[in-house]
Write a protein that binds this ligand. Structure first.
Ligand SMILES: *[C@@H]1O[C@H](CO)[C@@H](O)[C@H](O)[C@H]1NC(C)=O
Ligand SMILES: *[C@@H]1O[C@H](CO)[C@@H](O)[C@H](O)[C@H]1NC(C)=O
Ligand SMILES: *[C@@H]1O[C@H](CO)[C@@H](O)[C@H](O)[C@H]1NC(C)=O
Length: 387
């Protein structure tokens, strides 16, 4: 029995996978998921008996996704509207023992079938031109996070070496540095934040298609679930000043974390000093898109017994090597330091910006978020007054 027929037989016995319900609204500024086709060849390529075994053990938690990944979902070409809830229920904690300097390719032996990561908008906070560097923490405090991203071609499932992965996230207290004037991200008149590079950087993929970073678990901010942005560049040129130029953005996406992991992380210092509201994965419209048909949550393992000792997280991106996604940075990192992009998403915000942390194209809920932000600010003031 092949993997495909095996899973097909299993699926026949899993009627609970059908989801009635209305389709979620799909917002125009986020690209749709990549084309879906049979990826049975990917499982062969990655030799993942562990993954299949586990899938069977956990009785369908991952079956819906796997079903689509393997092209077994013949009846409906569209994903089920509520898949993101199922994806959110998967426990992504791995049994693997992780340690500094380990062979990162071993992390991917049960990373799952070739993931088609739906591409989404790059968001309003991208800085182009950041340095090629592994350690992007700039010595800031937070939970150490070793992040490994494996890039594979979704058609052939071959790993993609010599790509460049560019990542960025908010720091442990929920602020993105490197851009100036975004509502909720520091004092808009403080130019020093534009000179920040913390949690931004680029890494080339190795012979296994893996790019890895020494980063920090990202903090949260109002309106979004905890996430990390990533762009995969192909055909970029490495410059003597340790940056890359040219090439094309073959993939633009965002990755997420288990809600339980976020809860534990948020109890740590300095995460717990952040008074901004936490948005759970399932309430984040970009997570819902990313998790509808795919699994954009990283697998992870703790380095020690306690999360404060750090964690490893890994995920595989299935990319379309011919894609060339539009990217509009908010700012550039140059020899003169950070420079805002006059035609970038932040420069194009209306005077005063949007309340509540929205950005052009951000759908609905602006008033609600503004009200929440005002309430959070009032609560912070009340706390200060009480001291
Ligand atoms: C994790 O370890 C347990 C106990 O050793 C085992 O039963 C389980 O299959 C493992 N899970 C994975 C994903 O390897
Ligand atoms: C996060 O960045 C902001 C802006 O630079 C800074 O004020 C804050 O201290 C940083 N958080 C940590 C934990 O360093
Ligand atoms: C690095 O070099 C490129 C190409 O000459 C240039 O455009 C960029 O501004 C430089 N970046 C930095 C940080 O020096």
């Amino acid at each position: 029995m092949t993997l495909k027929t095996f899973l097909a037989s299993l699926l026949l016995a899993a009627p609970a996978l059908a989801h009635p319900g209305h389709h979620e609204k799909v917002y125009a500024h986020s690209a749709l998921p990549l084309e879906r086709k049979s990826l049975a060849h990917c499982s062969a390529q990655f030799n993942e008996p562990e993954f299949v075994k586990r899938t069977v053990q956990i009785h369908g938690q991952e079956l819906a996704r796997l079903k689509r990944s393997l092209g077994l979902d013949t009846k409906r070409s569209k994903h089920s509207p509520r898949d993101y809830e199922e994806v959110n229920r998967i426990d992504h904690k791995s049994n693997k023992t992780v340690s500094e300097g380990m062979d990162l390719s071993t992390l991917f032996s049960d990373a799952g079938a070739c993931m088609l990561m739906p591409a989404v908008d790059q968001g309003p906070l991208y800085v182009k031109g950041e340095e090629v560097r592994k350690d992007i923490t700039n010595g800031e405090k937070g939970i150490p996070l070793t992040l490994a991203i494996q890039v594979v071609d979704y058609k052939t499932c071959e790993t993609v070496p010599e790509a460049h992965v560019d990542i960025w996230s908010s720091n442990s207290t929920g602020i993105y540095v490197g851009v100036q004037g975004y509502p909720g991200m520091g004092d808009p008149n403080d130019a020093s934040i534009l000179q920040g590079t913390t949690l931004r950087g680029v890494q080339p993929t190795d012979e296994h298609g893996i790019a890895s970073f020494d980063s920090l678990f990202p903090g949260h901010y109002d309106g979004r679930a905890t996430h990390i942005h990533a762009i995969v560049y192909l055909g970029a040129t490495a410059q003597p000043n340790n940056t890359i130029t040219g090439g094309r953005a073959a993939h633009v996406g965002q990755i997420y974390f288990d809600q339980g992991l976020i809860t534990v992380a948020e109890q740590q210092t300095p995460y717990n000093s952040n008074t901004m509201r936490i948005t759970p994965n399932v309430n984040d419209f970009l997570f819902r898109q990313g998790a509808n048909g795919d699994d954009p949550i990283v697998r992870y393992a703790l380095v020690g017994d306690d999360i404060s000792q750090g964690l490893f997280a890994w995920i595989r991106f299935g990319i379309d090597q011919n894609a060339d996604k539009p990217v509009n940075p908010a700012a550039f990192w140059t020899e003169k330091g950070g420079v805002m992009n006059p035609t970038g998403p932040i420069s194009q915000l209306p005077p005063g910006g949007f309340p509540g942390g929205g950005w052009p194209g951000f759908p609905g809920g602006r008033k609600k978020r503004a009200a929440r932000a005002a309430a959070a600010a009032a609560a912070a003031r009340a706390e200060q007054d009480a001291e």
